[in-house]
Design a binder for this molecule. Sequence first.
Ligand SMILES: [Zn+2]
Ligand SMILES: [Zn+2]
Length: 501
Amino acid sequence: MKNGIITRFLALILALSSIFLASCNGEKKCGGNHKDKNDDGFCDNCNRLVLVYFDLYALNDLHGKFSDTDSQPGVDELTTYFEQARAKNPNTVLLASGDMWQGSPESNLTSGNMMTEWMNRVGFVSMTLGNHEFDWGEEAIIENEELAEFPFLAINIYDRDTNKQVEYCESSVVVELNGVTVGIIGAIGDCYSSISPDKVEDVYFKTGDELTELVKAESERLREEEGVEFIVYSLHDGGTNGSVNYGTSYYDITLSRGYVDLVFEGHTHRSYAKPDDEGIWHLQGGGDNDGITYASARYNTANGNKAVTEAKFIKTNEYYQLPDSPIVNELLNKYKDEIAAGDEVLGTTPTWRSSDYLRDVIAQLYYEKGVELWGDEYDIVLGGGYMSARSPYDLEAGEIRYGDLYSIFPFDNNLVLCSIKGSDLERRFFNTNNSNYYVYYDSYGASIKNNIDANKTYYIIVDSYSSSYAPNRLTEIERYDEPVYARDLLADYIKEGGLSH
Ligand SMILES: [Zn+2]
Ligand SMILES: [Zn+2]
């Protein structure tokens, strides 16, 4: 109730301020040239209110979570929530800080198009690119960029050939909010190595001091050339382990000394709203549709003073009781042919299956599929490698839909036959200390494991993520002649009753 009154009061101030600002242009006392030396929010000459309030909302790491599922809220209530926010205060912007597409059947089966179209409909003003926007290569980014009615931002993604910023990204976007000019600068973090190398071979990211210099220069340009008064930094990188690590690896604290006024973050899937040592707020809203971050700001049009008056993380359960927006169903309907595959029931499992269990199964399927094609020519030691699982991570007992597998194993990494030196085979695959490595081998592999020759060359089956990950020291011999992805192997296995007992 209290909030409602405050909100209505702010809306009233806003409405009044725009009327006063407009009418004051004709004022003889100051000629619209307001001054507010004592910073009380009123012009010293004409006594008009000179404050503008505006609201900023940001979404990060949505990972394509479009529809409600048993484990996951969709964007239907969020859409309504944002429509209501904009109705309360027209000076409202919504932006995204990366990893928006990858991770659900609806989003993946449309290569991000449905997500991008949802962002158009909801009125996003920008989207900073995240590492997972590269999962389907640059072509999918370009296709979505053509569909998007808002710019993709990343000041630091460069083309290797031209040494220029890539054409599908802008450095910033400028938004007018009732007389206040807000600039949003976007950057991707130091997450190049978390992208499958073959998907980013034509680009590189400027990070560290180089990135800081780019952001500072853009901040100065926005203020000098475009009259920007409030600068938002939308960064696909963020704090970890509950702390926000300002001024260390991912954010240069000198940016908080006059270059940016507010920072929306992403990538680490943490939720926080915290000011740094210079008083600049940093916000991140978890991941996989945990919620949304919000900041309210105030700008004094007479003296240029500005402040973030409120900043917080708003969890999904604060708005999930709102009615569903029809936009979500309209889009599900529009794309129904493309996304139909996600509804296919593959089979059942009588018990809950952990992602560890499923990844062990996939390692075995990698091995078997690889042996089928290459087993006559090569003595294959094992199948498997690094395997990431995503939200919701596991399978509940009962029916299994193809879409469930799509969410847990969304990545399009094909099977590859590789050679590897004995010492690396032992260190990276048989005795790895990385808990995300899963391997399967039969009696031949077991005999090699017990009697490995450090200098001999062996043959293994991995996927293209593991094969192109340099520390694995693998040499690719051949990729499978058709796309063979983890979720599809698992889907066939389930169809044959593989998890039914
Ligand atoms: Zn993410
Ligand atoms: Zn990310």
